[in-house]
Design a protein around this ligand. Structure first.
Ligand code: NDP
Length: 290
């Protein structure tokens, strides 16, 4: 039986430390860090993520601002809002909740955020700095994953790490962060041959795919650290037989937890840590701007 990496508990303790830090920062600099979150439209999942981010900001005591724009806002309209926040001295971090409606070019939006306020770390300059090994804002989910792995006390150096998924927001940056910590990293994806064999060699296995329970117990090396990034909504029979929605990860938790050394749950794993790292990044942007 594996040890649970409790993202919720770890997040809470980090946010409590940040609360004290923000009191100190306000005393020293005369203002608190401020995060601005922009949401376009009414996507329920996006609304729920944004609520979580604002709630976390309130918990830490930092200032926050929610900018809600209608689904049919024009691209120029959104870019104007971002330009306004870029220019505002009191705003330290700007996050545009993705995905955006089809008529808006996400790349243009990401490129328009002032680099020093890019709390998500998605700006091309930030991405370049990450890959060049220069100082940068590290994207929140990968940063949270590394923090969780490090919380186990397992030394990443020299370990075989397999990352399943090669997205710009999770797979690629987490692979780079593991490489920076001297793991030997394999990035697997939809064209990888014999994924089960590749995964089963991993001392550290990160699943960032978006396919419910695709990582089965036979894909997990005994004692491995397993990080489940996936957030999948599936329908299961409820107590009265009616279908109810359930959140599951990319890992078959019940089976994999019999084999892994450490494993993250879904929910309560990478999700809360992503939000907590956003708070850390906001503080970092604030400090960089002082
Ligand atoms: P993307 O859809 O951008 O990327 C998915 C990756 O999985 C792709 O690289 C794809 O390969 C790969 N893939 C798809 N099918 C297979 C397969 N059968 N075998 C191996 N690899 C496969 O997803 P994201 O990275 O944005 O997100 C991944 C998951 O993580 C989602 O469930 C998302 O909701 C969740 N997520 C959770 C966050 C959190 O805070 N907890 C934050 C961000 C995401 P290819 O490139 O070849 O197509």
């Amino acid at each position: 039986m594996s040890t649970l990496i409790d993202g919720k508990a770890l997040s809470l303790s980090l946010k409590e430390q940040m609360r004290d830090r923000i009191v100190e920062l306000e005393a020293k600099y005369g203002r608190k860090p401020c995060l601005a979150v922009i949401i376009v439209g009414d996507n329920p999942a996006s609304r729920s993520y944004v609520r979580g981010k604002i709630k976390a900001a309130e918990f830490t005591g930092m200032d926050s601002r929610l900018v809600e724009l209608p689904e049919d806002v024009s691209q120029d309209g959104l870019l104007d809002v971002i330009a306004g926040l870029n220019a505002e001295a009191a705003v330290d971090g700007i996050l545009v909740q993705l995905p955006l409606p089809k008529h808006i070019d996400e790349d243009k939006v990401i490129d328009s955020i002032a680099i020093e306020k890019d709390v998500d770390g998605f700006h091309p300059q930030n991405v370049a700095n990450l890959w060049l090994g220069r100082k940068c804002i590290v994207p929140c989910t990968p940063k949270g994953i590394i923090t969780m792995i490090e919380s186990t006390g397992v030394d990443i150096q020299g370990k075989k790490a397999v990352v399943i998924g090669r997205s710009n927001i999770v797979g690629k940056p987490v692979a780079k962060l593991l490489l920076d910590r001297n793991a030997t990293v394999t990035i697997a994806h939809s064209r990888t041959k014999d994924l089960a064999k590749v995964a089963a060699e991993a001392d550290i296995l990160v699943a960032a795919v978006g396919r419910p329970k695709m990582v089965t117990a036979d894909m997990v090396k005994p004692g491995a650290v397993v990080i489940d990034v996936g957030i999948n909504r599936i329908s299961v029979p409820g107590p009265d037989g009616e279908p109810v929605n359930k959140l599951v990860g990319d890992v078959d938790f019940d089976a994999a937890s019999q084999v892994a050394g450490y494993i993250t749950p879904v929910p309560g794993g990478v999700g809360p840590m992503t939000i907590t790292m956003l708070m850390e990044n906001t503080i970092e942007c604030f400090l960089n701007r002082q």
